[in-house]
Design a protein around this ligand. Sequence first.
Ligand code: BGC
Length: 447
Amino acid sequence: MSTLTSKAFGPNFHWGVSIAAAQNEGAYLEDGKSLSTWDAFARRKGKIKSGHTPHIATDFYHRYKDDLLLTKALGFTAFRFSISWARLLPDGTGRVNKQGVEFYHNLIDECLKLGLVPFVTIYHWDLPYVLEKQGGWTSTMMPKWFNRYVKACAENFGDKVKNWIIINEPLSFTALGYMLGKHAPGKKGLDNFLPAIHHAAMAQAEGGRIIRELVKGAYIGTSFSCSQIVPHSQKEEDMQAANRMDILMNRLFLEPTLGMGYPKEESFPFLRKLEIYNKAWRYTDALQFKFDFIGLQNYFPLTIKYNRLIPIINASEVKATTRQVPHTDLGWEMNAEAFYTIVKKIGLYGGIKDLIITENGACFKDKVENGMVHDERRIDYFQNHLKAMLKAKKEGINIKGYFAWTLTDNFEWNEGYNARFGLIHVDFKTQLRTIKNSGHWWREFLT
Ligand code: BGC
């Protein structure tokens, strides 16, 4: 066992797990909830592996008490979950669903009772389908709809919840859902991507302002996926390709939030299109909000080479599997040094107050054998990443917490239930939970 201890990170450090409504709750049409884009997307053939749906997921809606007890038993002191917009406001805007409010109150109360500090994500990718039918994130109405939803969250839960994350990874859901068609709602092309980016960036900043106004003593953040981008070679074309990817992955949403407007780079025409399409120069102030913390989420670094066949970015990934470097069972490179590098890079941006690692974790094909799950590779992953984080922290990066992704195996978006990230194994036929060795490792690390 490693000599690394949680004490090394100092007192008042938030140690938590993160989950998300669409990946865990299930109960997809229970107690007044309406369809989300993911419920609807799952009905389309071939969109989600093995024809899986999020309809039951980990049944967290009914099992949250047990899952919170498990979180506590593993030694965590914070719990990050998201609110399902379609459960709180089944019509997207307008009337509040009382049963939805009651569920989240029960969940929050249970967290507080167990001494788990709730961190609430307002939007983790599950838009009410009724709003998607009216254009979803491509609609100019979207910021208005989002404001209504944020207000409903603040008014109903602001007395008990102080830690808020406005949006989870805006790049992921806009790129995968509105450009590449791989995630819900399955839209493609620049005409969808450009407005979706802008509306998400606007909603994020305005969401921050609404929580600031309505929730006394709120600690407000928003979460970005960030990855170190490594050029495949020192050739100019590969270096340029890596730079374009870095802009998309690491700067596109962060810089407007910090008041810098969208990144500007003559050699990347996409950025000009983004400006023109959205008349974005008018909005620099509206896109800005002084977040108390930035949530940094990291899973892997990317090695990038020039590829003229890929539209817009003219770049593609050289996969970890081809380069034969250590990788998870999803083919994602495992490289803690790269985590250190990106934490330092983001942490050193001017204007960021605190940094919290709001997601980090690894996917393996875990199996239960004689009541145990031997996921030693996941333990290594966490140990190495925690050491890297400690190094960055000791060098002055203001890191206030770390949330492992994720508590239990769950609905992994278009991978369905095939990709297991949990510290706790779930048998999706019986919903039986088995703590993996990584879960036991966390308990020893934290207690
Ligand atoms: C998302 C999670 C997801 C995880 C692993 C993150 O980008 O926020 O919802 O399950 O990555 O893919």
